[in-house]
Structure formats: structure tokens, C-alpha cells
Design a protein around this ligand. Structure first.
Ligand SMILES: C[S@@+](CC[C@H](N)C(=O)[O-])C[C@H]1O[C@@H](n2cnc3c(N)ncnc32)[C@H](O)[C@@H]1O
Length: 287
């Protein structure tokens, strides 16, 4: 690794050979499809990481990524190539559906777990936790668990900390904030952290959806939102089949509102925009 001067990085381009190698790598490791039109974006992001980590060229950086046994550089590159954009209560119709149509069916259970399979920096699992508390009351702390997973250890670390700057909560009123958040002081001024009992409801875990899934499950509900856009059709079909196998009979799959399972082969019933259901009925008293 060398410390290169800024002038060495004037043209943030990748040779066609390197672009193909990065593209092949992203597809093999994370299922991410980088189309030809993405050349400039990929070049800018690869160079940005090369520069930040002090490599003399994009080639030298990518060679280090390919050889890295720790996996850290790989995760870092995949992070740079995807967007982690998310927000609290994003696509609110899903949270209404959870509250009004799913939770009444699960209320009688001793325990259940909801899985968010591309949870990014945590806004999605915390929004689920708050919906559970608002619907089930204190019982939610005993009854309900959330498994939040992502390929990126970086976003998972920040999600687990549960600390967010004030502007992330702009759309949520003062009452809401005081019920669920603690205000930071000193170095954490201007930030809020979810209360410990809420953080305890969520188990964070790195899961790459391209790899065999952990044995746990089945789940009554899986969030798989705003990730399918990265995948080509065969990968989408594989991931949806794997998720379907992880759903209970009558369980639900939520995808992003701009995503749809149209045109891919699957066995789920379409319920409403971005909501799909596995055949059968959710059992109210499942152990
Ligand atoms: C745009 S965010 C979606 C966040 C959230 N689900 C939402 O809808 O707001 C997409 C997330 O997918 C994750 N991701 C990309 N490829 C993945 C893979 N192969 N396995 C698991 N997560 C992946 C990224 O790290 C990123 O955090």
C-alpha cells in the first residue's frame, strides 16, 4: 500500500478489464448486478475506497480486496457499491398492514420473530419494534423478537448502537420521541438513542442472502425491502424461493413498493402492493 498524491487520481476511470472483474466479484459475492451503464458510478466508488485506504491505483486496491482473507475489504467494497438508504416507517402502508392485519393474528402466541433481511442501519427494525409495542403494549417485550440482518457489518454495527441524529426523527412528534428515545448529552448532544428495552427486542446478525441461510425459522413475516433491485431475475427467483421456505404457512413477505414479483416465478399470493402471502393460515397459538 502506498500513500499516493491527489494528482495521481485525477481520472477516476477503470479499465474495462477491471470493471469486469469488479462486476463479476459483486455478482459472485453479493448477487449485485452492475450493468454497463454503471461504469462511472462503479469507477468513482472504487477509486474513492482506493484513495481512502491509501492504495496507489484502483488495480492495486482491487487485488488487495481479492486477496484479503479477513473479509473486511470485501464487505467494505460491497458497501461502497450498494446504497444503504433507509428511513423510519419507510413505506408506511406496510406498518399499517402489520398493525391491523398481521399482529391481531399473532397476539395469542407466547413468542414470535419477525425477520428483516436487509435491515441496513436499523430504521426498519426499530420501526417494526415500535409498531409491535404500540399494538401489543408491554407484552411485546416478552412476546416479540426481531431478527435484523444485512450483508454489511458496518451498517449492522451502527444499527445495533441504535443512535441517530435528531433530523432522522423529523417526521415523528415530541411524544413519540419521549416514549421511545433517550436524548444524548455531552458528546452525544443532538442525537437520540432507542431505549434499552427496545434495543433488546432486536437481534442483529450478518447474513448474506447469497449464502445458505441459517437454520432458524419459519417466520410469520419477512421484510425483504429495497434489495431486490440489485439482483438479476435468476437471483431474485432464488432469494424469493429461499424466503418462501422460511415463511410459516399463511406468512407474509414484504418487498419494496418499487419492487414487485411480477415476471419472476414464485408460489406466493399477491395481497396488495408489495405484500405477498404464502398459502395457508397463520396459526394463532403456534408454540
Ligand atoms: C437500500 S437498503 C434497504 C434498507 C431497508 N430494507 C429499507 O427498505 O429501507 C439495501 C440493503 O441491502 C443490503 N444488501 C445488499 N446485498 C445484500 C446481500 N447479498 N445480502 C444481504 N443484504 C444485502 C445492503 O447492505 C443495504 O443495507
Amino acid at each position: 500500500m502506498l500513500n499516493a498524491s491527489p494528482s495521481q487520481y485525477q481520472t477516476a476511470r477503470l479499465s474495462p478489464k477491471l470493471f469486469d472483474a469488479v462486476r463479476d466479484y459483486a455478482y459472485r459475492t453479493a448477487g449485485i448486478e452492475l450493468q454497463d451503464g454503471k461504469q462511472e458510478m462503479v469507477a468513482a466508488r472504487v477509486w474513492k475506497r482506493a484513495r481512502a485506504l491509501g492504495y496507489e491505483s484502483a488495480d492495486a486496491y482491487f487485488q488487495a480486496v481479492s486477496r484479503d482473507k479477513s473479509g473486511e475489504l470485501q464487505v467494505d467494497l460491497i458497501d461502497a457499491l450498494t446504497t444503504n438508504f433507509t428511513s423510519f416507517f419507510r413505506e408506511p402502508a406496510h406498518f399499517d398492514f402489520l398493525q391491523n392485519l398481521i399482529l391481531p393474528k399473532l397476539r395469542g402466541r407466547n413468542q414470535f420473530t419477525i425477520w428483516t433481511a436487509a435491515s441496513s442501519s436499523g430504521e426498519e427494525p426499530y420501526s417494526i419494534a415500535v409498531t409491535l409495542i404500540e399494538t401489543l403494549g408491554e407484552a411485546a417485550f416478552l412476546q416479540a423478537k426481531i431478527r435484523a440482518s444485512d450483508i454489511s457489518t458496518k451498517v449492522l454495527r451502527s444499527a445495533e448502537a441504535g443512535i441517530y441524529p435528531e433530523e432522522r426523527f423529523r417526521s415523528l412528534d415530541q411524544n413519540w420521541r419521549s416514549r421511545y428515545l433517550l436524548r444524548g448529552t455531552g458528546a452525544q448532544d443532538g442525537k437520540f438513542r432507542f431505549r434499552p428495552e427496545i434495543r433488546k427486542m432486536i437481534h442483529f446478525e450478518r447474513i448474506n442472502l447469497m449464502e445458505p441461510l441459517p437454520a432458524e425459522g419459519p417466520f410469520p413475516l419477512i421484510f425483504l425491502r429495497n434489495i431486490m433491485i440489485y439482483f438479476d431475475r435468476p437471483t431474485q427467483e432464488r432469494v424469493v424461493a429461499a424466503m418462501t421456505a422460511k415463511l410459516e404457512p399463511g406468512g407474509y413477505l414484504f418487498v419494496g413498493h418499487s419492487e414487485s414479483l411480477n415476471g419472476i416465478s414464485h408460489t406466493l399470493e399477491h395481497v396488495q402492493v408489495a405484500i405477498y402471502k404464502k398459502a395457508g393460515h397463520l396459526e394463532e397459538n403456534r408454540a
